[in-house]
Design a protein around this ligand. Sequence first.
Ligand SMILES: Cc1cc2nc3c(=O)[nH]c(=O)nc-3n(C[C@H](O)[C@H](O)[C@H](O)COP(=O)(O)OP(=O)(O)OC[C@H]3O[C@@H](n4cnc5c(N)ncnc54)[C@H](O)[C@@H]3O)c2cc1C
Length: 368
Amino acid sequence: MSKAHSKVAHPTDPGVLIVGAGITGLMTATALPTLAHRLSLVDKGKSVGGRLATRRMAGGRADHGAQFFTARSAAFSAYVENWQRDGLLFTWSNGWSDGSLAAAPNDGHARYAVHGGMNALAKQLAATISASGAAVHTGVRLQAISRTADGWWACSVDGRVYTAQILVLTAPVPQSLALLAEGDVVLDVDDAERLGRIAYAPSLCALLHFDVELDLPAPGAFQRPDALVPWLADNRRKGISPESTVLTAHASAAFSHRHFDDADDLIIHAFLGELAPLLNKVPAPVEVQIKRWRYALPTTLDAAPFLRAANLPPLFFGGDAFGAPRVEGAALSGLAIADALRAIMAPAAPDIVPDNELVRPVNARHDA
Ligand SMILES: Cc1cc2nc3c(=O)[nH]c(=O)nc-3n(C[C@H](O)[C@H](O)[C@H](O)COP(=O)(O)OP(=O)(O)OC[C@H]3O[C@@H](n4cnc5c(N)ncnc54)[C@H](O)[C@@H]3O)c2cc1C
């Protein structure tokens, strides 16, 4: 890291710096509308959303991270119902064909997808958060985070500096730990052990453009849990790519580990080999793009919905590796962090604070 930057407060010093505007960070901010003016979110992506990712291709669109999500908890279902009422979501399916059936079985759980692609949900959440006063900065790749006298200091690769009293890290845990290590932050031994146990599997994704319409089983996707390419979905049939046939194929953890560092050509060759029996009656794709997700899905999770670091200024770790995985688990982690922040940031109730006691606002400048 360049240690040449002086650790001075940023002119718009927020109370809380949230690193990562994926669903975890966005739900934290969404649940704190009255504190929004004290929140700042930064993300290295060109867009918000993280693994809620949609790419334009061949005049159409493809979801290349999360494909759909479920809502099994009351807390997340309440948001999902609102998003559905607002016309953001649709129920794509209630279960998936394994490729051998004409129709998908119904297991009673709605699989929700987002009109215009999964990333559109993240953009909508970010727009609402911004409108309520939070600062959302994309294209900010943080390089190091270190401590100040009473909080945190973060520096981006292009020299932008952010300070805050409270820090929320929602990137995949190895990435968050790397930022702290670069800034010489030493974690409590127990916390470091818990965080060090968290692990993720990678995922390789292929996006395949065809110049014909295809006929995958309804509703245009299938899941074969034991296959090397367990997921294949037609984004046109999904309804997010009416202009163009673009399929999304996701490889298993085993396939992804084996090929992760291969050149794109080799990965495409391996994908097409696995998909050949399924696509043998259609012309070859006219274009294939590869996306590598190094931290796609957590394989060893921490049981709690977030971790608050001991013996440091307020520092929270959250994301889909805490509590429960996937979009819903990440959202619940974000909501749990919001509850914890509300407890720290809310003004103390008047009846338990003596009149003469000075309550220092959490977003007070540390040099004030
Ligand atoms: C291929 C694939 C398929 C999936 N399919 C499904 C599915 O069908 N259903 C489902 O429910 N879930 C699925 N998931 C999982 C789901 O996408 C994730 O669980 C969820 O989106 C995680 O959200 P998050 O906010 O915790 O993390 P992320 O979305 O990863 O957000 C973390 C953010 O941190 C940012 N960041 C990282 N480092 C820095 C840095 N140095 N500086 C600034 N910003 C930084 C990143 O840009 C990112 O936006 C899938 C994931 C993948 C990869």
